[in-house]
Design a protein around this ligand. Structure first.
Ligand code: THU
Length: 138
């Protein structure tokens, strides 16, 4: 996988910043936007969508992954996530990202567009449970 060009990186950050306005977060007021770049060069965005039945809330990262996968995309190159302070993805999102792309670069960005941290899914979720664990059964 060639490393992400700075143009593509900026485009991804802009996409995550732009989509964040559509976050539906009336309960937490914590708006999140995500933009996932596929190996085919497309960008799938996502926002968090809360629900009055709180546990039904879904995070921005998982919306982006599910949109991509449901369009036939399974190979990912990077994800940018924008939140107030540039917080890291939750455990559920780490697991879902790990299913498809353990080495995925994760670019964390605050609401002003400043990159707070660049990491990878495997760094955020070491020793993840994954497809290999099921395949290795008898
Ligand atoms: N949330 C995300 O969308 N992504 C994250 O990385 C962390 C948390 C959402 C879920 C919920 O709507 C709100 O942020 C507060 O937890």
């Amino acid at each position: 996988m060639p490393s992400l060009s700075s143009e593509m990186r900026n485009e991804l950050i802009e996409a995550a910043l732009g989509v964040r306005r559509w976050a539906y977060a009336p309960y937490s007021k914590y708006l999140v936007g995500a933009a996932l770049l596929t190996s085919s060069g497309r960008v799938y965005d996502g926002v968090n969508i809360e629900n009055a039945a709180f546990p039904l809330t879904i995070c921005a990262e998982r919306v982006a992954v599910f949109k991509a996968v449901s369009q036939g995309e399974r190979q990912f190159a990077a994800i940018a996530v924008v939140s107030d302070m540039g917080g890291a993805p939750c455990g559920s999102c780490r697991q879902v990202l790990s299913e498809f792309a353990p080495q995925l670069p994760v670019i964390l960005v605050d609401r002003e567009g400043r990159v707070t941290r660049e990491t990878t899914v495997s760094e955020l979720l070491p020793e993840a449970f994954g497809p290999k664990d099921l395949l290795e059964r008898e």
